[in-house]
Ligand binder design. Structure first.
Ligand SMILES: Nc1nc2c(c(=O)[nH]1)N[C@H]1C(S)=C(S)[C@@H](COP(=O)(O)OP(=O)(O)OC[C@H]3O[C@@H](n4cnc5c(=O)[nH]c(N)nc54)[C@H](O)[C@@H]3O)O[C@H]1N2
Ligand SMILES: Nc1nc2c(c(=O)[nH]1)N[C@H]1C(S)=C(S)[C@@H](COP(=O)(O)OP(=O)(O)OC[C@H]3O[C@@H](n4cnc5c(=O)[nH]c(N)nc54)[C@H](O)[C@@H]3O)O[C@H]1N2
Ligand code: SF4
Ligand SMILES: [Mo]
Length: 757
């Protein structure tokens, strides 16, 4: 094993690709151009209609739209809709898949499609089945579906599982878990297991509450944002408006990211004319640590705060537990261990500490760079410790803010779609169902794949998402899903999971209506804990045979469970589901009469403007965060017999500019100069050190398999690390998970990059 390179002698601000087409700033005119092209195109009318519909944006959890109109945020600010929203809507308003399409396309042919091609097939518009031995998906009637599904659910409860993705409504999510728990199964895997589970787990054990504690209003009041492991310029563009405003009033933004993301250096926001013309500076300080090393960096910041006598001793004494242990750990961790682990020099760490100490109010925000690590929970704890040491929690304008993913992923967790159900919810569900819930622990996503691979799952229902594409080690996932007897996918659009994630006996795809087409009112929850009400809508898919998720789930539950103690069919009116939610889920009381009041609201008990927390003692409980031991395998360990040039790197896998998770909208990433999906972003120094060059084609090998013909692109990325796009890259590696919450280490994948030529 070899230590990650220290790179003290290497360039810390590496040069970009020589491609002169790369924009100088993130955002800007290309965004407006995209808006114009789409909103003025033949589909423009449908697009505008949807943008103006009273429903929350489909895309990310920053949350725009709802009752105040498509362009308004929860503070009533206008012009808050980004291009990602248009991208998501454009994909949903595609024409339907033709009724005889599957007669002509065999499953083998469909398996050749790329993610983008699969999405471009159009909308699912009639239910289909692929039975074992058949080569083509075939149309199937609703009666047959319910019969097959009912039979499939009549197996041992532990052998039934669900997986879900956070785009469906709170109502559908609540029904899903109620149906599963009524059956006696806690197997409620969810995309959050692959995403922010370490945030939820970490925050819950420290503060007793697992979500962001910062409201949008409070964020607007802060003086400093620490943004770690997030590429908000791509994935939460409207957060950029807040960062610009914070900088404009003299505040600071500290970015922590091994990649110097263009839009986090400078961003041109279409919301402000001046910003659009000249671009706005975002990062006041940009630190590029070694992937996976954030704990070391935060412990370094804490050490420097102690050395500068900048910690808030009174706050620690009054409002936290375990602080003496934390101080001991920080003091006994040497500067050399810190700088060697994270690769950031002591003066840079001290500058960050100074910036945090001198800001009256600091918000700490993070995303996947922090959570998708083997020590993701420690990462979150180390950020929380930094906030607590400086008294930046429990006060307006301060706090911890995980930047969530899918537009309703947080709602799924609140609704009880989780393997770690809150005690209060468990008790109220037991009352509702009039029986104890099963005590058999449920499968999270990683456990689900393992259980399926061990032949322990008979039936799987997927409420959205792409279980196949989202997980590491695609071959293994395919094999595991192939051992499940029945898989039922509820989906709006086709994705690779529907063609590769096939069950042993039957795979059924149910076409569903999305949020803005739903005949029922629904609700969702943003990452800022704000609940939005979505109005009823209509689909453009005339003569198609789609169903609302709630209608399918209630009918299925009725067939499985009968009418007692829940009258499932009555729940087809979503108003009654909201009443059950209001009864059973703490903080959602206002949902009981939201149909009448139309009042969107912030969930009670989540935003802390006082340092009192829902823990047993009322204090925040601090956790020691050991420094990670970051090693990379030797080249020989990859089992490649011989190669002429190559090196081992820590690969980060994530999103390009134009994709939403496993769904690719455009092949190129113009802000990183990657013109197609089969590129690896590398540092020039690394490449040239072993005789590789930009644009050369290489093989990238992980611990599961390899991808050939990958083009090297130079980027402003930390030496020793690289970046590639998922879902394609998921084929090459099996990732270790954080044992506390099962989240795979997608952001630190050891790979051998080599060539024989
Ligand atoms: N347009 C668009 N919007 C989206 C999504 C999308 O796919 N497209 N997906 C949604 C979802 S589900 C999610 S979870 C979010 C994802 O949003 P993000 O978390 O912003 O997305 P990622 O691309 O996974 O990675 C974020 C950043 O982490 C950095 N990083 C990698 N490793 C490390 C590390 O070890 N330390 C630090 N400090 N940084 C690191 C990467 O360089 C990258 O800039 O976005 C949501 N919004
Ligand atoms: N290597 C690597 N892998 C990763 C990640 C990474 O950074 N690197 N990130 C992980 C993260 S953060 C996440 S969240 C997961 C994402 O994993 P998933 O959530 O499982 O995947 P998505 O690609 O978001 O799912 C898209 C599909 O959802 C369906 N869909 C869209 N809207 C609706 C709806 O309203 N109802 C229903 N029923 N279906 C709908 C469509 O069929 C669409 O094709 O991927 C994870 N995988
Ligand atoms: S920032 Fe997120 S929620 Fe807001 S408009 Fe953009 S994609 Fe939608
Ligand atoms: Mo996510």
């Amino acid at each position: 094993m070899n230590e990650d390179k220290q790179q003290q002698t290497q360039p810390t601000t590496p040069s970009d690709s020589q491609n002169e087409n790369i924009p100088e700033v993130g955002g800007g005119f290309p965004v407006l151009q995209y808006w114009a092209e789409h909103t003025l195109s033949p589909e423009g009318f449908k697009l505008w209609k949807t943008l103006l519909h009273k429903s929350a944006c489909l895309s990310c959890a920053w949350g725009t739209g709802g009752q105040k109109g498509g362009f308004t945020d929860e503070e009533g600010e206008k012009l808050q809709r980004c291009m990602k929203s248009v991208e998501a809507i454009s994909a949903e308003i595609q024409p339907p898949i033709g009724t005889n399409f599957f007669d002509q396309q065999s499953i083998e042919q469909l398996q050749q499609l790329t993610s983008l091609e699969a999405d471009r097939l159009g909308r699912w518009s009639f239910p289909v089945i692929l039975a074992s031995g058949n080569t083509h998906y075939q149309k199937i009637s609703w009666d047959e579906i319910y019969q097959l599904a009912e039979t499939a659910f009549k197996t041992k409860p532990e052998r039934v599982a669900s997986y879900s993705s956070g785009r469906s409504s709170n109502e559908a999510a609540f029904l899903l878990q109620l149906m599963m728990r009524a059956l006696g199964s806690n197997n409620l895997a969810d995309c959050s297991d692959l995403c922010h589970a370490p945030s939820t787990f970490g925050l819950k054990q420290i503060f007793g509450s697992g979500t962001s504690m910062v409201s949008l209003k409070s964020l607007k009041d802060t003086d400093c944002v620490v943004l770690a492991g997030s590429n908000a310029a791509y994935n939460h563009p409207r957060l950029m408006n807040e960062l610009i405003k914070i900088r404009n009033k003299g505040g600071k933004v500290i970015v922590i990211n091994p990649v110097k993301e263009k839009g986090l250096v400078k961003f041109a926001s279409p919301a402000f004319i001046k910003s659009l013309l000249t671009g706005s500076e975002i990062a006041s300080l940009y630190l590029q640590p070694i992937p996976g090393s954030d704990v070391a960096l935060f412990v370094g910041i804490q050490k420097s705060l102690i050395e500068q006598s900048q910690i808030d001793q009174a706050f620690l004494q009054n409002y936290t537990e375990n602080w003496p242990e934390i101080l001991d750990h920080i003091r006994s961790t040497s500067w050399s261990a810190i700088t060697q682990t994270c690769g950031i020099s002591q003066p840079e760490i001290e500058a960050a500490a100074q910036m945090i100490a001198s800001a009256p109010k600091v918000v700490f925000a993070w995303a996947m760079g922090i959570t998708q690590q083997q020590n993701g929970v420690d990462n979150v704890s180390s950020i929380a410790n930094t906030a607590l040491l400086t008294g930046n929690v429990g006060r307006f304008g301060t706090g911890l803010m995980p930047v969530r993913g899918h537009s309703n992923v947080q709602g799924f967790g609140s609704m009880g779609v989780t393997v770690r159900l809150k005690k209060e919810i468990q008790q109220s569900l037991e009352k509702l169902l009039d029986c104890p819930l099963s005590r058999v622990p449920g499968y999270d996503t990683n456990a689900l794949i393992e259980a399926a691979d061990a032949g322990q799952v008979d039936t799987l229902i997927c409420l959205g998402g792409n279980l196949y594409g989202a997980n590491p080690h695609s071959h293994k996932v395919k094999r595991a899903l192939g051992k499940i007897k029945t898989i039922i996918y509820l989906a709006t659009k086709p994705n690779l999971g529907h063609f590769h994630g096939l069950a042993q006996q039957q795979t059924i795809v149910i076409p569903v209506l999305n949020r803005f087409e739903n005949p029922h009112k629904t609700t969702v929850e943003s990452g800022n804990n704000f609940v939005r009400l979505n109005d009823e809508g209509q689909t453009h898919l005339k003569n198609a045979d789609l169903i609302a998720e709630v209608d399918f789930l209630t009918e299925l539950a009725h067939r499985i469970h009968g009418e007692d103690p829940i009258n499932w069919r009555k729940l087809q009116d979503t108003k009654y589901i909201r009443q059950l939610i209001a009864q059973t889920i703490p903080g959602f009381e206002k949902l009981a009469d939201i149909d009448e009041t139309k009042e969107e609201f912030t969930i009670g008990g989540r935003i802390f403007n006082q340092p009192q927390f829902p823990t047993d003692s009322g204090k925040a409980k601090m956790f020691v965060t050991p420094l990670p031991q970051l090693t990379l395998p030797q080249p020989e360990e990859f089992g490649v017999a011989n190669y002429s040039r190559g090196l081992v790197l820590a690969l980060m896998t994530g999103r390009s500019y134009a994709q939403h998770n496993t769904v690719v909208y455009q092949v190129n990433d113009k802000y990183r100069g990657m013109s197609h999906r089969h590129c690896i972003l590398m540092n020039r120094w690394d490449a040239e050190n072993v005789g590789l060059q930009e644009h050369q084609r290489v093989t990238v090998r992980g611990n599961a398999s390899q991808l050939d013909n990958i083009e090297i692109i130079y980027g402003a990325i930390r030496p020793g690390s690289a970046l590639m796009f998922y879902p394609e890259v998921n084929v090459i590696f099996n990732a270790p998970v954080d044992s506390r919450c099962g989240t795979p280490a997608f952001k630190r994948v050891p790979v051998l990059v080599y060539t024989n030529s």
